[in-house]
Design a protein around this ligand. Structure first.
Ligand SMILES: C[S@@+](CC[C@H](N)C(=O)[O-])C[C@H]1O[C@@H](n2cnc3c(N)ncnc32)[C@H](O)[C@@H]1O
Length: 291
């Protein structure tokens, strides 16, 4: 069934207002409900991110059946806020509440998705990106009006969250799962080759490879000075003499036949000039390089 919401008629012969389309009220109501859902789900994602960063999910796994007071005391958190967060989690159907004892439980099925036990599949890491995007809302509104660009520096926390997320993946599978996908690469790494990582971020992948293959030499490139500082710190903590890092825009990478293998984890799609970067990578590879 359709109905007409309103219609403004103009005098015959004068310019007319655009016709008001007929709408299906059931479709309007259904879409309005979806919009409420967008808002609710976005708010829940933020609450998950808050709980993740405050360590509340891990705390709930270690102390199942706790009151808000017990969780706050154990985690050195403010009870009033913990109670409010728990109420949101209960309303969202993520945490179960037992009113008789005023205790809370994170069901094991939910813990398997929102805690470190999920390894690289920990969805709580991902929820942090909603807050990251929220931080650039106003600059984006302004860019829509006036044009211009944003840089990584406009996304505070990006490198910290990215490093957390990719470390979970790389710790679980870089050495034994991802590198062997390239035929012969583990053997050549063992024998000793020169490797670069393009857009290495906080450098964990380079450091893992350098630790696993002390006979090879590794260089990480990224244009974020903060990320490179984190990478160098970890390399120093691990005592790696075969890992080095350079702050560099890889669109300007000027190396000829310097490497036997070049990796790029999650970095090519971010390029402002992808063809140029791929050309630079090609030039930087030695003949017979792993590909
Ligand atoms: C999605 S992140 C991936 C980081 C890292 N490879 C990882 O897996 O954790 C993309 C990275 O590429 C870097 N990047 C993007 N464009 C770059 C460029 N032109 N030169 C150097 N680094 C760049 C960013 O600073 C960021 O660290």
């Amino acid at each position: 069934m359709t109905t007409q919401l309103s219609r403004h008629q103009t005098d015959a012969g004068t310019a007319s207002a655009p016709p008001v389309p007929e709408v299906d009220p059931a479709a309007v109501a259904a879409f309005a409900e979806r919009c409420v859902g967008f808002m609710n789900q976005g708010a829940i994602a933020l609450l998950i991110s808050v709980g993740h960063q405050a360590g509340l999910f891990e705390l709930m796994v270690r102390h199942p059946g706790s009151t808000s007071r017990q969780l706050a005391d154990t985690g050195h958190l403010d009870e009033r806020y913990v109670r409010e967060w728990l109420a949101g989690m209960v309303t969202a159907g993520i945490v179960r509440y037992h009113p008789d004892t005023r205790t809370h439980v994170l069901p094991p099925e939910h813990a398997a998705v929102l805690t470190e036990s999920a390894g690289p599949d920990n969805m709580a890491h991902l929820m942090q990106y909603i807050g990251v995007m929220g931080r650039v809302e106003q600059p984006i509104v302004e860019r829509l009006q006036h044009g211009g660009g944003l840089s990584y520096a406009d996304y505070p926390d990006f490198h910290r969250i990215m490093a957390q997320e990719s470390a979970a993946v790389n710790d679980a599978s870089l050495i034994d799962g991802i590198l062997p996908l390239v035929e012969g690469l583990p053997e050549r790494l063992e024998a000793g080759i020169d490797v670069a990582d393009i857009g290495c971020g906080s450098g964990h992948a380079i450091n893992l490879m350098a630790a696993a293959y002390p006979g090879s030499r590794f260089t990480g490139y990224d244009f974020s000075a903060d990320a490179i500082a984190t990478a160098r710190r970890e390399a120093a903590e691990w005592g790696l003499a075969n890992a080095r890092f350079e702050v560099l825009d890889v669109a300007a990478l000027d190396v000829s036949e310097g490497f036997d293998a070049i990796t790029a984890f999650d970095a090519i799609h971010d390029q402002a000039h992808p063809a140029q970067v791929l050309g630079n990578i090609h030039r930087a590879l030695r003949p017979g390089a792993c590909s």
